[in-house]
Write a protein that binds this ligand. Structure first.
Ligand SMILES: NC(=O)c1ccc[n+]([C@@H]2O[C@H](COP(=O)([O-])OP(=O)(O)OC[C@H]3O[C@@H](n4cnc5c(N)ncnc54)[C@H](O)[C@@H]3O)[C@@H](O)[C@H]2O)c1
Length: 427
């Protein structure tokens, strides 16, 4: 352990990152910027080839000129064997849901691969969002055949990720990061490793607290978004302006945090993580209420939006959807409410097209059963539609031009509030 600590102090250690997605790749970048050698593993060979060619597939400002693996091709592979050179292995793998239950298959596959390696004197850290107790389960699978001593010649930790894709101001210079270790020594080592890239570290008492804190963070967002979405429905019934009401309430400088309503939840975290907590809670004999309720309200939103739009037309309108990313300024469409809206429109036989500068095409697959191409936003094209439905408020859109070209705008994000145009329908 002494040698490992010394090497970390001298920045003479190698970090292996498993899973180079929205979490893993920015993490690689953080270490690289501090001149710490990184080894990357991802099972997606398309991603590997892109990175080796010097292209990042994530359109984030920080990763624009990411060339690290172009210059260090041997440090990138779809084979876990490259990790043998690493002193620290950080796992950033997907943790989706299957029938509203945690789908741990990616994490457990990784555990199986690691279990066949020599892990002596290595540090293993999980960063994926998981249920309390999952990191321990993962470790048990890694070490089933091992005779290593935790905190002596093998070190284990959990540190939840707080990456905020699409947010140009997100930085670990201002955002603290929670760390936890299986033993005191493990925690000490995690502190040393992360202090290279994070300004403020917060130590959790144990791994389970750190795991649960991440779930609370995302549940907090889900519940509060559910609350403002329900407020939107109430305000609509009372002919009140939800955005004005939120702005008024948020002038209170204590006890109120502003959340905005929208067309429904998307992404890899907020629609999914609360169910990790409800699953484990139910296993322990308590069926949580808030998680279920906010889930119901948030899942209702795409249908509510479509019904609101259709209520303005006698004949079926031709609809142009703006934005398929689940949130603004990101090229990530996972669980996007835009797909739910499209499915509902299709079921109702309402014709629609879409535009998204981040997605020139949407392909038939897990999320939708059809393919479509993004249409160009010319004045004539926009005017061809009876309704423009603004689902994702990318900054790149020329909102004034869209307004001037459109017959009628339905705005799910409140973007047009600042323009003061009267005819916009907020939904
Ligand atoms: N995206 C976010 O904003 C965010 C924020 C905080 C936490 N998280 C959590 O972080 C974790 C990772 O999320 P993400 O958004 O980076 O996922 P992602 O899908 O963008 O990236 C995961 C990567 O892992 C690769 N992969 C899959 N199976 C593999 C395997 N067996 N071995 C090696 N590589 C494999 C995939 O090809 C992909 O590149 C999840 O638990 C998520 O909930 C995500």
């Amino acid at each position: 352990m002494k040698k490992l600590l010394e090497n970390i102090d001298k920045k003479k250690f190698k970090v292996g990152i498993v899973g180079l997605g929205y979490v893993g790749l920015p993490l690689v970048n953080l270490f690289v910027k501090k001149r710490i050698e990184v080894i990357g593993v991802d099972t997606d060979t398309k991603k590997i080839n892109k990175l080796k060619a010097g292209n990042s597939y994530i359109s984030s400002k920080n990763l624009k000129n990411f060339k690290y693996f172009q210059n260090k091709k041997a440090n990138l592979s779809n084979n876990y064997k490259v990790l043998e050179k690493a002193d620290v292995i950080i796992i950033c793998l997907p943790t989706p849901l299957k029938k509203f239950k945690p789908d741990m298959r990616y994490i457990f596959k990784c555990a199986k691969k690691l279990s066949s390696m020599n892990l002596e004197n290595k540090v293993i850290i999980l960063e994926s969002t998981v249920f309390p107790g999952a990191t321990n389960l993962f470790f048990k699978k890694v070490f089933s055949k091992k005779s290593l001593l935790l905190g002596k010649n093998i070190f284990l930790g959990y540190s939840p990720e707080r990456e905020n894709p699409g947010d140009p101001n997100f930085s670990y210079k201002v955002t603290p990061k929670v760390i936890s270790g299986k033993t005191k020594n493990c925690l000490k080592i995690l502190e040393k490793i992360y202090s290279n890239i994070i300004t403020k570290l917060v130590k959790a008492k144990n791994i389970e607290s750190a795991e649960t804190s991440k779930l609370l963070e995302n549940l907090y967002r889900s519940v509060n978004i559910g609350l403002v979405n329900e407020m939107k429905i109430i305000c609509d019934k009372l002919s009140l302006d939800i955005f004005e009401i939120i702005n008024l309430a948020s002038t209170k400088n204590f006890g109120f945090q502003k959340f905005l309503p929208g067309p429904g939840l998307g992404g890899h975290c907020i629609p999914i993580d609360p169910y990790y907590l409800s699953w484990i809670s139910k296993k322990h004999g308590y069926d949580p209420k808030f998680i279920r309720l906010s889930g119901i309200i948030n899942q209702l939103m795409p249908r509510w939006v479509v019904n609101k739009l259709l209520s303005y037309f006698v004949k079926k309108p031709k609809v142009l959807i703006l934005g398929v990313s689940y949130k603004k300024n990101v090229d990530d469409d996972r669980e996007s409410p835009a797909f739910e809206i499209m499915k509902i429109l299709r079921k109702k036989r309402v014709s629609f097209d879409y535009n998204d500068p981040y997605f020139s095409k949407i392909r038939k697959g897990r999320q939708i059963k059809f393919s479509k191409k993004s249409i160009k936003l010319t004045k004539e094209k926009i005017n061809n539609y009876d309704a423009v439905l603004l689902v994702t408020d990318h900054d790149i859109y020329n909102y004034k031009f869209i307004y001037q070209s459109a017959k009628k705008i339905f705005d799910c994000r409140g973007v047009y509030k600042k323009f003061g145009y009267k005819e916009i329908v907020y939904c």
